[in-house]
Design a protein around this ligand. Structure first.
Ligand SMILES: Nc1ncnc2c1ncn2[C@@H]1O[C@H](COP(=O)(O)OP(=O)(O)O)[C@@H](O)[C@H]1O
Ligand SMILES: [Mg+2]
Length: 217
């Protein structure tokens, strides 16, 4: 489902040059749950954004579902992302004035379907959020916001789920809920690429790779 070949990303700015990724190659098949583990600053978020069609690589190739998002027009890329990729961001990016239910439903704006509300409620329940369904993000704990963002990423049943530090703010009980949902999603034929510094993640992933200073070990 995902192929990355010799992916590099260099940030150049007035404050100097940062080589965030250096010749990273990996692949994730359908039904596979891959974790990339590395310390803060090792390039994990840069990797996910590059894979997700949100950050143009400096070099190398990204193929998702046999297509390179960076060879598409911006409109086609946006449509491709909405139909194929689910993204759970490290910073969540929930809409502050929408309820949990409406935040989870945001991806259905791209592909309206009558079953979206049922699916959203099912995900909200799976993530232990039913009691907070009408709350706006400002009325949620960090962990509840994190689980809302994960439910939103899964709403459209993406072929590839990208998860950036999905258990970073969670106690063990909720971390286990999130990681088992990711595992179930993979066993129902989704591909999952998770990046994390958290050791708890490794025991759920089928494969764990180590990233250090932008390089896979
Ligand atoms: N937009 C940017 N401009 C310049 N440097 C950046 C930018 N984004 C990330 N970096 C740098 O790239 C490196 C990797 O960052 P990041 O991918 O966010 O790491 P991680 O997610 O593993 O903590 C860090 O040294 C960071 O300072
Ligand atoms: Mg990060």
């Amino acid at each position: 489902m995902l192929f990355i070949k010799n992916l590099s990303k260099v940030f150049k700015g007035p404050k100097g040059i940062v080589q965030a990724l250096e010749s990273v190659s990996l692949s994730v098949k359908a039904s596979e749950f891959v974790a990339v583990q590395g310390p803060s600053g090792s390039g994990k978020t840069t990797l996910l954004l590059s894979v997700g069609g949100l950050l143009v690589p400096s070099d190398g190739e990204v193929t998702v579902d046999n297509q390179n998002p960076y060879l598409m027009s911006p409109d086609n890329r946006a449509h491709f992302r909405a139909s194929t990729i689910g993204f759970a961001f490290q910073q969540f990016y929930l809409v502050p004035y929408l309820s949990v239910l409406d935040n989870v439903l945001v991806p259905s704006l791209a592909f309206p379907q009558s079953i979206a509300i049922d699916r959203a409620k099912e995900l909200i329940n799976r993530f232990n959020l039913t009691d907070r369904i009408g709350h706006v993000p400002g009325e949620l704990s960090t962990g509840e916001r994190q689980r809302t963002a994960m439910a939103r990423a899964l709403l459209n049943n993406p072929k590839l789920l990208l998860a950036d530090e999905p258990v970073g703010n969670l106690d063990n009980e909720n971390a286990n809920i999130v990681l088992s949902v990711l595992e179930e999603f993979a066993s129902s034929s989704g591909a999952v690429l998770m990046v994390t510094h958290d050791n708890r993640a490794a025991k759920y992933a089928h494969k764990t790779l180590q990233l250090k200073n932008g390089k896979l070990l």
